[in-house]
Design a protein around this ligand. Structure first.
Ligand code: NAP
Ligand code: MG
Length: 493
């Protein structure tokens, strides 16, 4: 049985002073590792180690270019150790191996390389003000920051927190979901192998209520970057306010793909299937609502059903599997509850609508049949609440105005996708939709360069892009007098 423990100052602890958690493979229900969870005292020890590493001469004297150099080394090592990381992620999440190999490892590596290259390009400004003084702005690291992660993309998410935090010059403590700690701990060890000093990337393990919360309230943790549910994000923001701590929150979504009658329907249907069902719908930016123009609704629903029938759910090791299991038992139960209660709200199950029973080694896995619901109306639970499972709700609309109104009629504002050949309409939709990222005639393409700034209850702040690097920096203004014209007091001109 594997054992996994917190990483403190370059060492993996065999106990975190708290309980031990059974890490389970959701594809077959087998226990794969024993996780040593942190007590509050252990988190204090981790923060002290991070603080010491942050203020060490090694880290303080390291140039931004050298931080970039170590991140580049890290990206190479992640690529070299891809098989090992894939094996851990496979066991921990049951994700299809092709998804890990072809998407998640390359994305994690690309994110690290992007921030490696950006480390020495954080630039302040010189301001045009009156004579006698020189005015400029600079960016500084926060110090010790914390990254709190969900279980849906453990490796990509840890790369997405660590790379910009380090590029900006911070030390980071990551707290993975208690359900999926393996790749996060392995990643922290690879940081050491890359030459990143011990203590600069520490890992706190255990439940959010202890291992996470202790970081949020610790006065030496100066910024929290959180990815997870809206309810936990709200509670973290409230706690952080007590110390005026900076927060970045990437939260839930109820994203819509909007298909107009003039769209390339084949492409739109392919995009809808991938976007709704990849990672079994456990993806914050995936589309869980399909808004379709009424005149093509039946035709389009039939296309979707036909495409979905060809999608393989099951054995994560099979090269043609697109959909794996639900990653946690609690999310499995949540998604199944939505699915089983949906018909009572008045909608129709076009496909799926139940558990998937696999035989053999996967018979104890957390499998759900990908589900399409039609006749969904605004206001129904499946139209408004985040399910975070393999469920696509189809809602018809009559015209552009109604498409906008339905799309915006949710509390969330993360992503959206519009399919039309009318360029002017596409521009109007970009303006009208209340989401942080919008794809036109495409869906889910993500690049490290493109920021994802959540709107409404989907969060605050921004991840990815140069903007996501600046999010790990404090701003400072400086005014330096060089002759007597520099006034004391206001010199308003
Ligand atoms: P979650 O329950 O909010 O948990 C996220 C992380 O926060 C976990 O590590 C959790 O610890 C920890 N946590 C829980 N309570 C805490 C507290 N009081 N203080 C500090 N940390 C705490 O979310 P999840 O179930 O892991 O992930 C699913 C959700 O994440 C979905 O709603 C989804 O939309 C959202 N998500 C958003 C994005 C995005 O980029 N916008 C990306 C992925 C996922 P435990 O180990 O105890 O769970
Ligand atoms: Mg697991």
């Amino acid at each position: 049985m594997k054992k996994v423990g917190p990483i403190v100052n370059g060492k993996e602890l065999s106990s975190g002073g708290g309980t031990f958690f059974d890490v389970v493979n959701p594809a077959n229900g087998e226990m794969i590792a024993e996780e040593a969870c942190c007590s509050t005292e252990c988190v204090d020890q981790i923060v002290a180690s991070s603080k010491q590493a942050y203020f060490s001469a090694d880290w303080q004297n390291m140039s931004p270019a050298d931080r970039g150099y170590y991140l580049l080394k890290l990206a190479d090592i992640v690529e070299k150790e891809a098989d090992e990381l894939i094996a851990l992620e496979l066991e921990d999440t049951g994700k299809p191996i092709t998804q890990l190999k072809d998407s998640e490892i390359p994305l994690a590596v690309a994110i690290i390389r992007f921030y490696a290259g950006a480390a020495d390009k954080i630039e302040g400004r010189v301001k045009s003000t009156s004579g006698g003084a020189f005015h400029f702005t600079t960016f500084e690291p926060y110090g010790v920051v914390a990254g709190i992660l969900p279980w849906n993309y453990p490796l990509v998410n840890v790369a997405m927190k660590v790379a910009p935090a380090l590029a900006a010059g911070n030390a980071i403590i990551v707290k993975p979901s208690v359900e999926t700690p393996l790749s996060c701990v392995a990643f922290a060890k690879l940081c050491l192998e890359a030459g990143i000093p011990p203590g600069i990337v520490n890992v706190s393990l255990g439940s959010g209520s202890t291992a996470g919360q202790s970081l949020v309230v610790h006065s030496d943790v100066k910024k929290i970057s959180f990815t997870g549910s809206t309810s936990v994000g709200q509670s973290i923001q409230k706690k952080a306010t007590e110390q005026m701590k900076s927060v970045n929150l990437e939260l839930g979504g109820k994203n819509a793909i909007i298909v107009f009658a003039d769209a390339d329907l084949e492409k739109a249907a392919d995009a809808a299937v991938i976007s709704a069902f990849v990672n079994a719908g456990q993806l914050c930016v995936s589309c869980s609502r399909l808004l379709v123009e009424k005149s093509i609704s039946s035709e389009f629903s039939a296309m979707l059903k036909e495409k979905l029938e060809k999608v393989k759910v099951g054995d994560p090791l099979a090269a043609d599997t697109l959909i794996g299991p639900m990653i946690t038992r609690s999310q499995y139960n949540i998604a199944l509850d939505y699915i089983t209660e949906a018909p009572a709200e008045g909608c129709t199950v076009l496909a799926g609508g139940e558990k998937l029973r696999l035989s053999g080694p996967h018979s104890n896995g957390l499998w759900i049949r990908p589900t399409i619901l039609t006749n969904v109306k605004s206001g129904m639970k499946v139209a408004t609440e985040e399910i975070f499972g393999p469920v696509l709700s189809i809602i018809d609309f009559q015209n552009e105005a109604e498409a906008v109104q339905i799309s915006n009629d949710v509390i969330y504002g993360l992503s959206g996708s519009v399919w039309t050949k009318d360029g002017a309409r596409a521009m109007r939709m970009i303006k009208a939709l209340q989401t942080g990222i919008i794809w036109i005639n495409c869906m889910l393409n993500g690049y490290p360069q493109i920021p994802v700034p959540p709107h409404k209850m989907s969060g605050t702040g921004v991840e990815l892009g140069i903007e996501g690097l600046i999010a790990y920096c404090k701003q400072k203004s400086a005014i330096m007098a060089y002759d007597d014209r520099a006034p004391v007091g206001w010199d308003i001109q």
